[in-house]
Design a binder for this molecule. Structure first.
Ligand code: ZN
Length: 682
């Protein structure tokens, strides 16, 4: 199993322990099938919130946590055919978002007689491409009653009215609020009220305009659209070089101190037949360091009572198997694996394939060791991760803004966002006084790809690669059939609120999509981000750019269970600054093509998405005092025909990625304006 066994166990447990509501499972299931070994990004409807919590704790590759179907607990997961089959037992696949390779609780209820008290936590309306939406969140004092039903009624200025139900939202077994998806309305709402099945009634509230801000218009001749295609790490390096040559007075290139492992892996071969009896032989050095193509074989010495021997000559490792009194081979798989590892500790390691322990080692090979990497145009050398530094005055005296992207390899749109942002600042400097004012008064740091090794793997080998390429697995988990599951989740490897501190949302399993690494900051990629931010103490603002889902988030990004104890909340003043700034940035994003990040998706990570132990923004905020945000670019799109919100995925058709780059680059420009404005009021 590629997946942690606890995952499927957790899901099965979820079904056994809970009585499923009839409604959720009754929905017809679209035909979503995968071929053997194929992987896809699929939106699942889970039985209940508890199933989601178990998924999260088991280290599943949860990509997003959409709330696009009223009353449903949804999760977007990358799964293969076997995992899909397992998940089907407890969850319903509802949308096939993207295929690999395509670039595209029921409880007994004690009724409470007294009416509850209701309060609106959010009531926002907005228009997007001519369509008006309303989104509300309401809290009830009957927080322990899972069956309380809350209905919101809206009224427009011309007297039209309508209503819709809210659904209860629990997180880590704690009641949060009732909510609904953004609702299409015929016109701007002027009043909303909420009523509950217990007889409670809220005050009437006038919904606020969301985000209610508009950035200054760009002047005629403002230049944008510098992105023509998805970009590999090689393309990004070339772009950085070109920008530094073209704008030498405004740009420094910073080589970050920790080289990555490189697009490389050890070389491995199965010796024998994995279906019957085999061992895995692995090079100690990387395949490109002389071990790709090395061959290994076992031979029958053809003599009686012969001890095991091995020789390594002319890039061929030959193991002469031990024989017994009548000349029969007596060496077992375990003995051969141990013998190879003991005799050539500088060259080879070896272990027994699952199911082969204790069996007689077959005569096999020669088998060719190979790292299995498909990218022929990619350097295998350790990579120097680079940052662009943009500003007229780059001496640390101006307020610094850090934007960094592609911690997660498969999020191909994210470097497009940061590079479009960089080039807008540079290209418009000479002609647009507003841009010149920004670049003159701030110090902007940009890391377009934090995780180039993973990105190379995503482009060349496995497009759903999330993590870096460092394999910390030991023993049988190094079997090459797990190779698409190796690596460390860079955005779970930081040192605040981490897995190692006991926070939820990262895993100790080296095959998990949220593997936290061997220790805090065990990885070059995460150390580079911290090195840049801590070396340049003028950096006061940061944006961690991810995809997808259309979220805009800040700290706290993690909690402990039980009790859902989050990292400390920002102060009231800081929270207001986070939200006010978010409204400005969401407003700027919306100017491009009308995309409005939902108010329900705007807030602390732990509240609007999930607990993400050891993420970078928490480290920057709590340890370095940086006002740190996170984007998830790629908002769900409203389908007018089906009246549904639809996810876009990691590698949508380029036109969509291009649009995401344009709109979120505008958001980053607004962040620089905020940095400039803040430094002026200080
Ligand atoms: Zn991500």
């Amino acid at each position: 199993m590629r997946w942690p066994a606890t995952l499927t166990a957790a899901l099965l447990t979820a079904t056994l322990l809970t009585v499923q509501p009839a409604t959720a499972q009754a929905a017809e299931e679209p035909t979503i099938t995968l071929n053997s070994g194929e992987r896809a990004l699929i939106r699942f409807q889970l039985t209940d919130e508890a199933a989601f919590e178990r998924l999260l704790r088991s280290g599943a590759d949860i990509v997003a946590r959409p709330r696009t179907t009223p009353g449903a607990v949804l999760a977007d997961l990358v799964v293969d055919d076997r995992e899909l089959a397992e998940l089907r037992k407890t969850a319903t696949p509802v949308q096939l978002i993207q295929k690999e390779g395509a670039t595209r609780q029921s409880r007994a209820t004690a009724r409470i007689a007294a009416a509850d008290t209701l309060s609106f936590l959010q009531a926002y309306w907005w228009t997007s491409n001519g369509r008006t939406f309303l989104q509300t969140q309401v809290a009830t004092t009957a927080s322990d009653d899972p069956d309380v039903e809350i209905t919101v009624t809206w009224t427009t200025a011309d007297g039209q009215t309508g209503s819709y139900p809210l659904v209860r939202f629990e997180d880590a077994d704690e009641y949060q609020y009732h909510y609904a998806l953004p609702q299409p309305l015929p016109a701007k709402p002027v009043k909303v009220t909420a009523t509950s099945s217990l007889g409670g009634q809220s005050r009437a509230v006038t919904p606020s305009a969301w985000p209610g801000t508009t950035p200054p218009a760009n002047p005629a001749g403002y230049q944008k659209d510098f992105i023509d295609a998805y970009m590999t790490p090689t393309d990004i390096t070339a772009r950085i070089k070109r920008l530094s040559r073209q704008y030498p007075k405004l740009v420094d290139v910073i080589n970050l101190p920790n080289k990555t492992q490189g697009y490389r892996r050890t070389a491995v071969a199965y010796l024998g037949d994995p279906a019957t009896a085999a061992i895995v032989v692995e090079s100690v050095k990387f395949g490109d360091q002389g071990y790709n193509g090395v061959q290994v074989r076992t031979v029958d010495p053809g003599r009686r009572n012969s001890p095991m021997r091995a020789e390594y000559r002319d890039r061929v490792l030959t193991v002469r198997l031990a024989t017994g009194a009548s000349g029969e081979v007596i060496s077992t798989t375990d003995q051969v694996a141990a013998f190879i590892a003991a005799k050539y500790p500088q060259r080879f390691s070896a272990f027994v394939e699952d199911g082969s322990a204790g069996l007689i080692m077959p005569v096999a090979g020669p088998a060719r060791l190979d790292d299995g990497l498909a990218g022929t145009e990619v350097s295998h050398k350790p990579q120097t991760v680079q940052a662009l530094r943009i500003g007229k005055v780059r001496d640390g005296s101006k307020p610094g803004v850090l934007a960094y992207s592609q911690e997660h390899a498969r999020e191909w749109a994210t470097p497009l966002v940061t590079l479009e942002f960089a080039e807008r600042l540079l290209a418009n400097y000479a002609t647009d006084p507003a841009t010149r004012s920004l670049v003159d008064s701030t110090d902007v740091f940009i890391i377009p790809t934090v995780n180039p090794d993973g990105a190379n793997y995503s482009f060349n080998d496995f497009n759903f690669q999330r993590k870096n390429l460092v394999n910390h697995c030991t023993g049988a988990q190094r079997d090459p059939r797990y190779r698409n599951s190796w690596g460390v989740d860079v955005n779970r490897n930081y040192a605040v609120g981490s897995y190692f501190d006991g926070y939820v949302g990262a895993s100790a399993n080296c095959l998990s999509g949220t593997y936290a690494g061997t220790s805090e900051l065990s990885e070059a990629e995460s150390r580079n981000v911290i090195a840049l931010a801590s070396t340049h103490s003028n950096i006061k603002f940061s944006m961690n750019v991810h995809s997808y889902g259309g979220y805009f988030m800040w700290s706290p990004g993690a909690y402990k269970v039980p009790g859902r104890i989050t990292l400390p909340r920002p102060s009231i003043d800081e929270s207001k600054f986070f939200l006010d700034s978010a409204r400005r940035i969401v407003g700027a994003i919306a100017t491009e093509r009308g995309t409005v990040t939902w108010p329900a998706y705007t807030g602390p990570v732990a509240d609007v998405l999930y607990s993400a132990a050891g993420n970078s923004a928490d480290h920057l905020y709590y340890d370095l005092g940086i006002t740190a945000w996170n984007f998830e670019v790629g908002n769900d799109r409203w389908n007018e025909a089906t009246q549904q919100w639809e996810g876009v995925g990691f590698q949508p058709p380029f036109d969509e990625a291009h649009s995401e780059a344009q709109e979120y680059a505008g958001g980053l420009i607004e962040l620089v304006r905020i940095a400039r404005d803040q430094s002026e009021v200080r």
